[in-house]
Design a binder for this molecule. Structure first.
Ligand code: GDP
Length: 479
């Protein structure tokens, strides 16, 4: 990146009395000398350590228990297309997007905070479970509770199944909105049976999943849905410290003519204020103005779980980029530009998943298991050519009983290995097993980029042999 040839560098170093070879790492001091010699700017390297110092510190500073107060739950809708996610959210927040959003930004991810009887809930609506999981893969766990929307007439559809896997992998409580209950002839019992088959047993049947019957078009069940969410929030005691500088996540952003960059951010901790200095992914700037995402009204500060439209960043950050408030604009600029350099070198650095059969085996060998009573989880995503194969694989896997290893199948489904599978694997440290199926191009390249392991099989016993060898610690590296 410096524009120096290796030969130049070697010549200089040798001139400084150093013996080097092409692969040697040079230390900071030497780099500084080199830079002076060649009149180079080594700000980038310094900024990377600034990032380490400042951002890591912010991220790792824990809030003392007495600084924590309750914050609104952040709720995400997931479900099959056309089952009513958009309509439910519209009804809950009292708007109708179909009628147009004058002046608003093109909304892919909608996020609104609403209040009921003085208690707030924040809703985030992603375009699909893939976007939901992609944010998780980037370390942006914004969701506290998932609402699974299932239309009572259709019941559980393939995308509902995927949404269930993604919500379960995120390990958040799931509430079911059984929507379109107003339609003639729908059978709630059929849907509840299906849910039970997917390990979501309704509380009215003795399980732990709340099922709320809703009609987004008739406004049925809306209060009950809100009450259910607020009760879960109370039980889980979601909290944050409003008296620290803000941090959170960018949901989406865009460049808007004369308004400049408009970014939709959600504050996860602390309070964000107009005038604050912000670094968000490769972007930085001073908060010029903020608006409520629902009303568009200007606001001067935003506390935990509050989504805002923010102006003042120099360039649009990406969905899932984390933001931090810093004291010094020049530090923010340095960190942002170092990241920009970083991202042009490697597009998705920092989210490489290290989980593979090999790393799992290393964990076993390191004796990490012995130290704690915890079991090690082996997360799997299974794709197969037919239902029958999935059932056979399930049956075989259920025979494994190892005191220290828990096999968790995050998702099992029929069909080729998709981008959503690779995203889920990357976000959840899972290995993908394909039985008589192959990954498509997008899945393959994402898996490669993030170090997600995809193993393919054509006979069941080979698959189970591998798993057995793996948990018994004697798997051979793949051919
Ligand atoms: P999404 O794709 O999950 O966001 O679904 P939408 O909210 O766009 O709804 C899809 C269609 O179902 C639209 O035509 C809605 O009017 C209709 N719809 C949504 N909720 C209900 C409901 O509770 N009852 C009835 N009868 N129709 C609904």
């Amino acid at each position: 990146a410096s524009g120096l040839s290796v030969a130049d560098v070697m010549r200089t170093l040798m001139g400084m009395g150093m013996m080097v070879n092409i692969n040697a790492d040079i230390d900071f001091e030497t780099a500084e000398l080199l830079a002076t010699e060649h009149d180079l700017d080594i700000e980038l390297k310094a900024a990377e350590s600034l990032e380490q110092e400042l951002i890591t510190e912010i991220e790792e500073t824990a809030d003392a228990p007495d600084t924590l107060v309750a914050r609104p739950p952040v709720v995400t809708f997931l479900g099959h297309v056309d089952h009513g996610k958009t309509s439910l959210l519209d009804h809950l927040v009292g708007i109708n997007v179909v009628k147009g959003e004058a002046g608003g930004i093109t909304q892919h991810i909608r996020a609104y905070k609403i209040e009921k009887d003085g208690r707030a809930v924040t809703f985030v609506d992603t375009p699909g479970h893939e976007a939901f999981t992609e944010m998780r893969a980037r370390g942006a766990n914004v969701t506290d509770i998932a609402v699974l929307v299932v239309a009572a007439d259709d019941g559980i559809m393939p995308q509902t199944e995927e949404a269930i896997s993604h919500a379960k992998a995120a390990e958040v409580p799931i509430v079911v909105a059984m929507n379109k209950i107003d339609l003639e002839g729908v059978d709630p019992n059929r849907v509840m049976t299906q849910l039970t088959e997917h390990q979501l047993t309704p509380s009215e049947w003795g399980g732990d999943v709340e099922i709320v019957r809703t009609s987004a078009t008739q406004g049925i069940g809306m209060d009950e849905l809100l009450d259910t969410l607020l009760t879960i929030a109370e039980l889980n005691e979601y909290s944050a410290n409003p008296n620290r500088s803000a941090l959170g996540v960018c949901l989406e952003s865009e460049q808007q003519g004369d308004r400049g960059v408009v970014a939709k951010l959600i504050v996860q901790n602390g309070t964000l204020r107009v005038g604050d200095i912000l670094v968000c992914g490769p972007a930085h700037g001073r908060v010029r103005a903020m608006q409520d995402t629902l009303t568009g009204k200007p606001i001067t500060e935003a506390g935990p779980s509050t989504p805002v439209s923010l102006m003042g960043l120099d360039t649009p950050p990406g969905a899932g980029d984390r933001f931090h408030v810093l004291k010094d604009i020049s530090q923010a600029r340095e960190i942002a530009s170092a990241r920009e350099g970083e991202s042009s070198r490697q597009s998705l650095s920092g989210i490489t998943t290290k989980v593979s059969f090999d790393s799992f085996q290393e964990m076993l060998e390191d004796g990490k298991l012995g130290e704690s009573a915890d079991t090690v989880k082996l997360n799997l995503i299974i794709r197969a050519d037919a239902r029958g194969s999935l059932e056979a694989i399930d049956k075989e896997l259920s025979k494994f009983d190892h005191p220290e290893v828990e096999i968790r199948v995050l998702q099992r489904s029929v069909g080729g290995i998709s981008l959503a599978d690779a995203t889920l694997a990357s976000a959840s440290d899972a290995v993908i097993l394909g039985f008589n199926v192959i990954p498509d191009d997008k899945a393959r390249s994402l898996a490669e980029e993030r170090g997600v392991e995809i193993r393919r099989y054509d006979v069941i016993y080979k698959l189970t042999d591998d798993i057995r060898a793996l948990i018994e610690g004697r798997l051979k590296p793949e051919e």
